[in-house]
Ligand binder design. Structure first.
Ligand code: FES
Length: 108
């Protein structure tokens, strides 16, 4: 059975506009991204060869992998050149200035 939990990630003030941070949350590598007033959380492992997307360049809603320039939409996780390929995206919420990510895991 899978269990959904909200896991603390970071304080909202620790992320500036346009900034990307690499985090390890519940054993998952996550890239947390702030763009204007919006926050996004995607897997930090490129689907090509697992390079950290948090080190990529962000332009509008597109992040470019630092290794071989594959581009992903940070809203959906879609690889722009073949939308059937995706990096996982995570739901998030802000409560009292803290950012939480919705993580699913096996209920042991
Ligand atoms: S590892 Fe991301 S494009 Fe190759």
């Amino acid at each position: 059975m899978s269990e959904v939990t909200w896991v603390y990630a970071l304080k909202e003030t620790e992320l500036a506009d346009g900034e990307k941070k690499a985090l390890l949350i519940s054993g998952q590598k996550i890239a947390l991204i702030k763009k204007g007033n919006e926050l996004f959380a995607i897997s930090n492992k490129c689907v090509h060869m697992e390079c950290p997307l948090s080190k990529g360049e962000l332009e509008n809603y597109v992040i470019k992998c630092p290794c071989h320039d594959w581009r992903f939409d940070i809203r959906s996780g879609e690889f722009l050149d073949a939308k059937e390929l995706k990096v996982p995206v995570y739901e998030l919420k802000v409560s009292d200035g803290n950012i939480y990510l919705k993580m699913e895991g096996e209920n042991k």
